[in-house]
Design a protein around this ligand. Structure first.
Ligand code: ATP
Length: 599
């Protein structure tokens, strides 16, 4: 099982910091290298102008104030103005270019992750709750952007600036510089101590935050059920615990991260104070012009910020890399259901479907299907009936290869579906699920998902067959009316008819129907039923049937109980069977339309 949202730290140590960094650079370096060169150029200008501003302090003090050279005032002031203007421009271009690259990166990883999610098996989505997954992805993609911008900015700007300033310091006073740099090792030691804790706390924090946002999203989706069952308080209490836990972890992360601050500030304060004391002492004792000392202290003060950022670099990188690694965990997930090597395209003639001794479990070891065998003849309608939990929907999932059987074969027109490509298999199938999912877009778009190259006329024809045309025309913008999340603007029966139109447009030889158990009003039910009958015509249909009329009209009825076929026949033959399961279910079902799925 691929659980991405566990709170385990198991994978935290997998792959070192450098490994993730190298991968991010390998994947993105080439694409952006021109922009990066430009950024580095800007950063070099920033560094050089900063070093220049410190260096010129010596002349400001010695020439203007000490030697009182009037002629140099204008030159030096102009040079400082020029340096600051150049620095400002370089900063602007560097920042905008970096932001643009960052946004581009986020977009490209979003596309990659979405494509990966789309190609992942259904089992992945069973293991990971969608709301949390979305929150996790959104929080983590920023990590990849941060890794790149942190390393570029810190290295090119802060490191180069620091080098420039250190050169200025050495030129002014070599001994003092050496003394000042004793603090270096102290800083490294302090920061290494902090970054050790960062990884595990970051991972846990991201997961908890994703849980909070995910739970909220799920609650919003199920708001009507929450209201109906007056679950508001219960759920609020439940989420409060998660929120509290997340708050506590966020605080912990802040404390761990900010431990760097006192370490760097105190050490830097010692260095500045030491330099001033020593320099002041020497200036007074040796009666030297103060310019060099001023330039040194200015360089030291300028060096303070980049040195601080460099010291924090490891800590910030650790956080960003944890995020990046979580994205790579998704991108690197192995597809459990790869097409077999050399898999051919499925060729459907009639569309006969056969199950041969199929065993199946959902990965938790509990057998759901046991040696299940049956045949659904081509161009005929086969109804699957049986008690709830018998395995009927599972059969429908297996035909589409959402999961693979643990043993046994599923054949379509004699071809084992294990040996054909998944896309060719699914192209031959139209599926109408229990829940009529509508996606963001117009009604027209939603029907067209059945076959992207369908013409408008074909879509309208399909909607007419699905008894949807009339109500669609009554909508504010007809076929162009947007449907909201889950199609909230349409009724249940209307949504079902739109999804039937989608199946009709697909025009596939095999139709799989998981009939909705939710009761519709009589008129709506009649329209849906009538639409279904039209779409079934001439196709090989397997229907998980709950409505008596569907079952009665089926060419063949297969009664499934506890993952096995217990009876096969027609309504007429099975109803007559004394003590047969179908006869019993049918008897109980009389008078109620959806009573065939009783225990
Ligand atoms: P119903 O008529 O209520 O929809 P069904 O006959 O279609 O029931 P299935 O949905 O196929 O039954 O479920 C068969 C068994 O498999 C049940 O015991 C169910 O708990 C289990 N099951 C279904 N889906 C999953 C899943 N994604 N993961 C684990 N177990 C599952």
């Amino acid at each position: 099982m691929t659980q991405l949202i566990s709170t385990s730290d198991k994978t935290v140590e997998d792959g070192g910091l450098m490994h993730v960094l190298r991968r991010i650079y390998d994947e993105n370096g080439r694409r952006y290298y021109k922009s990066y060169l430009f950024v580095v150029l800007c950063l070099l200008v920033i560094s050089a102008t900063t070093a220049f501003s410190a260096w010129i302090m010596r002349d400001v003090i010695d020439q203007i104030f000490y030697n009182q050279r009037k002629d140099l005032i204008a030159v030096i002031s102009l040079a400082i103005m020029g340096a600051f203007t150049l620095r400002a421009l370089a900063m602007y271009f560097q920042a905008t270019t970096m932001k643009r690259i960052g946004n581009d990166l986020v977009a490209s990883y979003q596309k990659r992750v979405f494509a990966k999610l789309m190609s992942s098996g259904v089992d992945f989505f069973n293991d990971n709750r969608s709301g949390r997954l979305a929150a996790l992805i959104s929080a983590n993609i920023d990590g990849i952007r941060d890794v790149l911008s942190l390393t570029i900015t810190s290295f090119a700007r802060d490191f180069v600036t620091l080098v420039g300033l250190v050169i200025v310091m050495f030129l002014q006073d070599a001994t003092l510089s050496l003394i000042t740099f004793i603090i270096g090792p102290l800083l490294i030691f302090g920061v290494a101590y902090v970054s050790r804790r960062i990884r595990s706390v970051t991972r846990e924090t991201v997961q908890l935050n994703a849980r909070v946002i995910g739970t909220m999203q799920e609650a919003m989706q199920g708001i009507t059920v929450i209201k109906a069952f007056t679950m508001e308080e219960q759920l609020s209490r439940k989420i409060q615990n998660t929120i509290e836990h997340a708050r506590e972890r966020n605080n912990k992360l802040a404390v761990v991260t900010e431990r760097v601050t006192p370490i760097t500030e105190i050490i830097a304060g010692f260095a500045v104070a030491g330099a001033i004391a020593y320099g002041g002492y020497r200036a007074i004792n040796d009666a030297q012009p103060p310019g060099a000392m001023f330039a040194f202290i200015t360089a030291l003060l300028f060096a303070y910020d980049p040195a601080k950022r460099l010291a924090r670099l490891k800590v910030n990188l650790e956080k960003a890399v944890v995020n990046a690694r979580m994205i790579y965990e998704i991108l690197d997930m192995e597809d459990k259901q790869r097409d077999a090597a050399g898999a051919a395209a499925l060729v459907v003639d009639g569309g006969e479907i056969e199950f041969e001794n199929v065993d199946f479990n959902y990965g938790d070891g509990t057998a759901v299907l046991h040696a299940l065998s049956f045949k659904a003849e081509s161009h005929k309608t086969t109804a699957l009936v049986g008690p709830s939990g018998a395995g009927k929907s599972t059969v429908i999932s297996l035909i589409q290869r959402f999961y693979d059987p643990s043993s046994g074969n599923i054949l379509i027109d004699g071809q084992n579906i294990d040996n054909v490509t998944k896309s060719s298999l699914r192209q031959q199938i139209a599926f109408v699920s229990q829940q009529a999912y509508l996606f963001e877009g117009s009604i027209m778009d939603n029907i067209r998902y059945g076959r992207p190259d369908a013409t408008d006329a074909e879509i309208i024809k399909a909607a007419e067959l699905a008894n949807a045309h009339e109500f669609i025309l009554q909508q504010s913008a007809g076929y162009d009316t947007p449907v909201g999340e889950n199609g909230v603007t349409l009724s249940g029966g209307q949504r079902q008819r739109v999804s039937i139109a989608r199946a009709i447009v697909r025009n596939a030889p095999i139709l799989l129907l998981d009939e909705a158990t939710s009761a519709l009003d009589n008129e709506s039910e009649r329209l849906v039923q009538d639409a279904l009958e039209k779409v079934m015509k001439g196709r090989t249909t397997i229907v998980v049937a709950h409505r008596l009329s569907t079952i009665v009209n089926a060419d063949k009825i297969i009664v499934i109980n506890d993952g096995q076929v217990v009876e096969t026949g027609t309504h007429a033959s099975l109803s007559k069977k004394k003590n047969g399961m179908y006869a019993r279910l049918n008897h109980l079902g009389k008078g109620g339309k959806a009573a065939l799925d009783i225990e």
